[in-house]
Ligand binder design. Structure first.
Ligand code: 5GP
Ligand code: ZN
Length: 113
């Protein structure tokens, strides 16, 4: 398996990991688009949002739960933040292991580009 995020989750490749448990890992994005820009991923390899199965529902909920807890921990839960999951080419996905972008520490515009 030569998936970048699988390798980060297993610590074969380095990353600034800020949270991990049995199912979920969160680490700093290498090219941050906000003062805090974290990626929250499942340890399980799921390529895209389209590949989520019913058995994964609790896991995907856990991604969101961990992201919200990290927003609190990093101090921007109340001011607000942006969570994004990109899917496939038109969505801007570049790493094919699902990940939730958690960005905070600045004001975001809408609609996203
Ligand atoms: P996507 O474009 O697939 O939604 O997001 C992929 C994200 O992964 C990008 O924000 C990119 O900066 C980040 N990224 C790509 N390669 C690496 C890496 O090797 N380490 C870390 N920490 N982030 C990466
Ligand atoms: Zn993977």
């Amino acid at each position: 398996m030569t998936c970048l995020f699988c390798q980060i989750a297993s610590r074969e490749l380095p990353a600034q990991i800020v949270y991990e448990d049995d199912e979920v890992v969160a680490f700093e994005d290498i090219a941050p688009q906000a003062p805090t820009h974290l990626l929250v991923i499942p340890r399980k390899h799921i390529a895209t949002l389209n590949d989520i199965e019913e058995a994964d529902l609790a896991l995907v909920g856990r991604l969101q739960y961990v992201a919200a807890r990290l927003a609190r921990q990093f101090g921007f839960a109340d001011d607000g933040y942006r969570v994004v999951m990109n899917c496939n080419d038109d969505g801007g996905q570049t790493v094919y292991h699902i990940h939730m972008h958690l960005m905070g520490g600045r004001r975001f515009t809408w609609p996203a580009g």
